[in-house]
Design a binder for this molecule. Structure first.
Ligand SMILES: CC(C)(COP(=O)(O)OP(=O)(O)OC[C@H]1O[C@@H](n2cnc3c(N)ncnc32)[C@H](O)[C@@H]1OP(=O)(O)O)[C@@H](O)C(=O)NCCC(=O)NCCS
Length: 177
């Protein structure tokens, strides 16, 4: 388990599939995830979890509050050892917890592990241009904007740009002292 301040990150167990299923089908969260109207069966969820877990260069965690309430998921993926880089994504599936500092703490906890234990150099993510709360949360962990992906996603009848953000180990260490 990875221990944060407001949350802990723990392994995904089979009992979590029901929550994962609810979160990836939740209309609010999926709007920010860029997949409004997403419909995935329990089978889809279970298949994806098994497939991703067998890859070896990715890991998903359940975000749990200090008092043991599962509120979302966070992962790293496409970990590339020669360049010591990885990608990350996060979803607080329980929308009642948005804006309470949980997402920032979960990301901080994952970054500590990636930089201080795995000795990675760079962690990156993609976010919709319109998702200001997410970008603000990422900035608090040292992520900076690197570029814009034009018309990255299409939903609700409009094209939305994407933003690539990344944080380097040296910047994170300064921020996390
Ligand atoms: C994005 C997400 C992980 C952030 O976690 P969180 O716990 O909600 O965020 P935090 O409370 O830690 O931080 C949010 C920050 O954004 C600010 N904020 C909140 N709503 C905002 C808005 N509409 N516009 C701009 N800033 C906003 C908050 O004030 C806070 O900044 P502050 O601490 O300087 O005041 C979470 O909201 C989430 O999972 N949302 C739904 C799915 C999603 O967007 N995933 C990311 C896809 S890239």
């Amino acid at each position: 388990m990875l221990t944060g301040t407001l949350v802990n990150l723990r392994a995904v167990e089979q009992d979590d599939y029901e929550n994962l299923h609810r979160w990836v089908n939740g209309s609010e969260g999926m709007l920010y995830w860029g997949r409004p109207g997403n419909t995935e069966s329990m089978w889809d969820v279970a298949e994806r979890e098994r497939r991703e877990a067998s890859r070896g260069n990715s890991r998903k965690y359940i975000i749990e509050t200090n008092d043991g309430v599962p509120i979302g998921q966070i992962d790293y993926y496409d970990l590339d050892w020669p360049s010591r880089s990885a990608w990350t994504s996060i979803l607080i599936g329980e929308s009642g917890y948005w804006g309470g500092g949980y997402g920032t703490d979960a990301m901080r906890t994952l970054l500590r592990y990636l930089f201080l234990q795995l000795d990675l150099h760079r962690v990156a993510l993609n976010v919709h241009e319109t998702n200001e709360r997410a970008q603000r949360s990422y900035e608090k962990n040292g992520f900076v904007r690197e570029g814009v992906l034009r018309d990255w996603a299409f939903f609700n009848g409009e094209w939305v740009d994407g933003v690539v953000m990344s944080v380097l180990d040296r910047d994170f260490r300064l921020l996390d002292r």
